[in-house]
Ligand binder design. Sequence first.
Ligand code: OXD
Ligand code: MN
Length: 583
Amino acid sequence: MTNNKKVLTWLEEMKALVKPANVVWIDGSDEQRDALRKEAVASGEMIELNQEKLPGCYYHRTAENDVARVEDRTFICTPTEEEAGPTNNWMDPAKCYDMLKKLFDGSMQGRTMYVIPFIMGSKGSPFSKVGIELTDSIYVVLNMLIMTRAGQCALDEIGENGDFTKCLHAKKDVDPENRYIVHFPQDNTIWSVNSAYGGNVLLGKKCLALRIASYLGWKEGWMAEHMLILGIENPQGEVRYITAAFPSACGKTNLAMLIPPATMKGYKVWTVGDDIAWLRVNPADGKLYAINPEFGFFGVAPGTSSKSNKNALISTQKNTIFTNVCVRDDGTVWWEGHDDPAPQHATDWLDKEWTPDKETKAAHPNSRFTAPAANCPCISSEWENPNGVPISAIIFGGRRAKTAPLVYQARDWNHGVFVGATMASETTAAAAGAVGVVRRDPMAMLPFCGYHMGEYFKHWIEMGKKIPHQPKIFHVNWFRRGDQGEFLWPGFGDNLRVLNWILERCDGKVDAVETPIGYLPKKEDLDLSGLDISDEVIDELLSVKKEYWVEDIAGQKEFFAKFGDKLPQEIKDEMAKLEKNFA
Ligand code: OXD
Ligand code: MN
């Protein structure tokens, strides 16, 4: 399928290591996909769901010990530990290759090795990157066919001489003690072993599109971010685009597919991406443009309902792979937080009989759907535009019970970088009213930055200088709580009211209140029509309380202390300003 010597040489080397019984190239055709589905069903790797109700949908259970990303077993193997920085696990590359080669040696004996060429980004786009994943799992192949543009198109993209990210995955015996997700940024290489869970093995996603791509972006002058991208169409038919970075489990997929509240007539939200954005400056107009490098959604199923995300639910009605959800007796799927009531009888994610009186969950809390992006009813007409979409605003956010107001705007780019760098989120299991444990997660990239985070902050600051028409930067918090622990803001579709204020600020249409942390909305500028919310609650949502901020600043400083002299002066200056503003 290719004459690319780099591909062929690497393939021979990897074959000599893993020693597969045979090799199958994935060409991207429907015929090959259908044959692989059949094979996976025959071997029990996948279960065919009810094809009348869920055409093209399949089900898979992972091992009980293999249900999530494993940050403590994820490594960035740069030549020196310093280059990986204080927030990544590091191993010496030579030693790590040696250790991993022993694990991979003969790992595909008697098995088929699939060669999956894939593009992150659309064909022919200046943003796109190609990877090739070698794997012994049909589940991985079928997921990659949804999550990436895979097959011959990727080999055509690199031609005879082009480069690609070398991705190797072996399922082995899913031994958690020998599970490793390892990145060698300088070699453009990813090795993953002893897992079969999505985030650890669909190597195009977190591994390539964030960890390796963040490194490439740093070297090549662009950015790879853990961000959704959406377009907001106003009643005049104009569409403006924003990106937003929230830590995992803060509702990125829900925001990306938002349905406007009934009172905001004529508004529409268009999804470009729900998890990852690659951003570049367009020299023609001096604006920052974004693409979604993915081709599908790998979303958390529990909690997905018509109320929380109707568009995601519709996206999963065909050609979707469900992992670790609950299977009903009619061959359809269910999870906690589904529209339908709990089934009287079903099979849970552990393949055990499940009835509603059971204390265990029917679906694993991190159970997933892998759905084609093209299935989404609100997918943007621009989602495959090879040049991306122009970004008007960048939003950071997290779950904060008390500290962050509903929304505020950074004073300028460097302040915005500081707002992103000090991002944090509270754990969700906190008892009502109690403040959860704060986890600092700069730009939501803590588990995904492929190099020193101090350098990453510096890269953000440098990028700002290269964007003549910078997007404005904001921070939102949908999760502010009252004294009884109740959420103060309705969230979901009503978040569009906040996004609308953000766009009005970008257009200079509304004024704002200056506070120690940045610009806050004037109450009257938020469109609250049709919303049952009291003046006091709005005041509370827009309040900035010194005692919480003083505590937060202490946490920010403690976190930044890790970065030593790699913390950019610009970040230190912003920190000094914030402290002074609260003095
Ligand atoms: C994800 C994550 O799966 O951020 O997208 O964990
Ligand atoms: Mn994510």
